[in-house]
Ligand binder design. Sequence first.
Ligand code: KG4
Ligand code: ZN
Length: 352
Amino acid sequence: MNTPPITILAIESSCDETSCAISRDGWILSNIIAAQRVHEQYGGVVPELASRAHIQHIVPVVDAALKKAGCETKDLSAIAFTQSPGLIGSLLVGSEFAKSMALALDRPLLAVHHMQAHVLANLIPNDTTTAPSAFIPSAPRRLPSFPFLCLTVSGGHTQIVRCNSPLNLQVIGETLDDAAGEAFDKSAKLLGLPYPGGPLIDKYARDGNPARFSFPEPQIPGLNFSFSGLKTAILYFLQDNSATDPEFIRTNLNDICASIQARIISILLNKLKKAARQTGISDICIAGGVSANSGLRLAFRDAGEKEGWNTFIPPFEYCTDNAAMIAITGHYKYLAGDFSPLSVSASARAEW
Ligand code: KG4
Ligand code: ZN
């Protein structure tokens, strides 16, 4: 008799995206994401509004994920959800929904750490050869071998992670202050761009000269990062130039964005090179929202060629927040029997 497939329903609600994905035997069958536009007018995510939007989105998003996957709730093996870190009100909506589903369906519960899931997005297969029939084929994708390093760059975190196995991950470097995503978003705010500014800096940078303006690279020992000095340097640079030319930002926007982006990328990649040399590891990944940045993706591939790395970047839709990464992490936790009791609580901050 064939063993039944492992089918995971996963929920991600840590910040301002409500997402549900279904995986079968580690393949992603669906990954539905409802973004929240309501925050744009406030220049950042408003936690109370995010929680309310999750409540509105969660039922239709879960329904859509099941439908797209061609699944019924009786087919599910377990329910996975983002337990931490994130906005507590947002996490609570997803976690309580997941717990209710697990209880009602009498299925085990898988509590997933959001940053671990960003890393494991690199293990999502994307190959037509062994995919289940409901899988929508796209380009074949090779996966990293263990141990590998992952530069995880998101709105709240910047980490270099050593991955010994799917569930054995070790942070070997991290930011001492702002995250790379914050450096993008705060720079964008100084330039008068709406939230989230990272993708807009990316867009304007494509038509700009990255060598036009020079911003400082902080000298932080070891494998840690710092972005707060860069933010201050950009603030003074813009104030000084706007004092003599009120149109300075508007007339130089592309070059300013390209120069800021180039410096953020060099800070990230110089530390990643150092980590690769120190550990002797040559399978190197990037992950998290900032790994959607076109300049970083190109510079990472270039660095890989020069350094002799095998480089891996998750498909674009698995870089920013999504439930597919929660599903793949849930899948590995399921295989390890790493289940959580219904009493498990969401947490704004938690170590992993
Ligand atoms: O991983 P993510 O979706 O959410 C968190 O876990 O924080 O990352 C969001 C961050 C934001 O700071 C956003 O501006 C940044 O990722 N981001 C980008 C790009 N797309 C998203 N930053 C630079 N270029 C992009 N294309
Ligand atoms: Zn994230």
